[in-house]
Ligand binder design. Structure first.
Ligand code: URA
Length: 435
């Protein structure tokens, strides 16, 4: 087989066979197929597309390019959850203890934040001593004993995807639905769970800005998951404004803890209940959504979900006292109120701008090497649909540097838009795909 012929076949609009896709992924991964030929194929796929079978073949080939985690030593159905990322997205921190408190086993690999979106691992590192760099054996043990564990993605997980994504990133071939879906799902399949619940974000703070694109991506991923024999459900959720009120690592951890105590923001709690219900149903832990949501609410009101978070933090080397006393989490030196410049209704918040504001304060990474400041961030007081009087506090900026705070406030004010007319608030759950 020659790579030249594979590229030409796709360039001319034909479908590639399983063998041709395997040949490409194996050769690209071991270095025998050079970047320039892989780039040419990516561009041909970008213009010609891939059918359902090709997309599944590419996903499976990338999933098998490294370790396929075998979770069979952990009894019970293992459920994974994945978010396409957003601003203020602390969902895993509340959701996973909630479902674990209902008996659902979760073995999850997570990533760090990059750009305007945050990452679960960074947030978890707000707990002193906490580590996600744990051996697979401990990961399995923690899922068995605590009910869930979160570890950093290993280098051996879908390495062909890692290499191909880096190439797509510099050759303008990222935004193709089949390529994105196969990239995300290759990692999910390699991570070994029996069922997968996807939180596909839509709106100005999301990877997919347009609703129709989010639906297409969700449909592609659900098809791949189910075709690969894993029960897969996707929830499309709003990311046109930050999720909850807190944006920034320790601030989000605090909000996630408050949510587990039953005092969380409504949009965030609603999302946790929706995703949690899908996880319990997909894993066979609950017969239907209504039953699942009742149990999830009980896990919160009884304090069991909060105890699960503490147990998890302790099992991974962190100090569980911080869960019960989040006031101990790191705090910024400056907490500056941001006053509304006019009276009216909030008609919108440019969500990615709020993520960038947090990054300006030092709460996010521009490059993978950047060190982040756990304490800084933004706590919104007003979201879409709320009424404000001129001078009323829109948000608090938590900063450790006055100059950065000034720049953050300048941009934050620009992110808000106002209207004299009453505006509807955002609906957090847009639709569910794959039931
Ligand atoms: N995230 C991924 O993991 N892969 C893509 O292709 C896009 C976003």
């Amino acid at each position: 087989m020659r790579m030249y012929d594979v590229i030409k076949k796709k360039r001319d609009g034909n479908s590639l066979s399983t063998e041709e896709i395997d040949f490409f992924v194996r050769g690209f991964n071991d270095g025998s197929i050079p970047d320039y030929q892989a780039s040419a194929l990516m561009m041909a796929i970008f213009f010609r597309g891939m059918n359902e079978k090709e997309t599944l073949d590419l996903t499976m080939a990338m999933a098998h390019s490294g370790d396929m985690l075998d979770l069979s030593r952990i009894p019970g159905v293992k459920v994974d959850k994945h978010s396409t990322g957003g601003v203020g997205d602390k969902t895993s921190l509340s959701l996973i203890p909630m479902v674990a408190a209902c008996g659902c086993k979760v073995a999850k690999m997570s990533g760090r934040g990059l750009g305007h979106t945050g990452g679960t691992i960074d947030k978890l590192e707000s707990f002193p001593g906490f580590s996600t760099s744990i051996p697979v054996e401990q990961f399995e043990k923690n899922v068995n004993t605590v009910g869930f564990s979160i570890m950093g993605q290993t280098k051996e997980l879908a390495p062909a995807d890692k290499k191909l994504y880096a190439l797509r990133d510099i050759t303008a071939t990222v935004d193709n639905m089949s390529l994105i879906a196969s990239s995300i799902m290759s990692k999910k399949l390699a991570a070994g769970a029996d069922a997968i619940v996807l939180d596909v974000k839509t709106g100005s703070g999301a990877f997919m800005k347009k609703y129709e694109d989010s639906v297409s991506l969700a449909e592609e991923m659900v098809k791949i998951g189910n075709n690969a024999g894993r029960k897969t459900i996707a929830v499309i959720s709003d990311m046109d404004e930050p999720l909850g009120y807190a944006v920034g690592n320790a601030l989000e951890v605090k909000e996630a803890i408050e949510t587990l105590k039953g005092n969380g923001p409504e949009d965030f709690y609603t999302l946790c209940l929706e995703l949690g219900a899908k996880m319990l149903v997909a894993g066979g832990y609950a017969p239907d959504d209504a039953n699942a949501k009742e149990r999830l609410k009980e896990a919160v009101s009884s304090g069991k979900a909060l105890d699960k978070l503490a147990e998890f933090v302790k099992a991974q080397g962190g100090d569980p006292d911080y869960v019960y006393d989040p006031g101990k989490l790191s705090k910024a030196d400056l907490v500056i109120p941001v006053a509304a410049p006019e009276t009216g209704y909030i008609s919108g918040i440019t969500c990615d701008e709020v993520g960038i504001c947090s990054m300006i304060l030092g709460g996010g990474r521009e490059t993978k090497e950047d060190i982040i400041d756990m304490a800084v961030g933004i706590v919104l007081c007003k979201k879409k649909g709320d009424h404000v009087e001129k001078g009323e506090t829109l948000a608090y900026v938590h900063a450790n540097d006055q100059k950065k705070a000034d720049e953050c406030i300048r941009r934050l004010l620009k992110a808000y838009s106002f209207s004299k007319d009453k505006c509807e608030g955002k609906k957090i759950i847009k639709t569910v795909i794959g039931l």
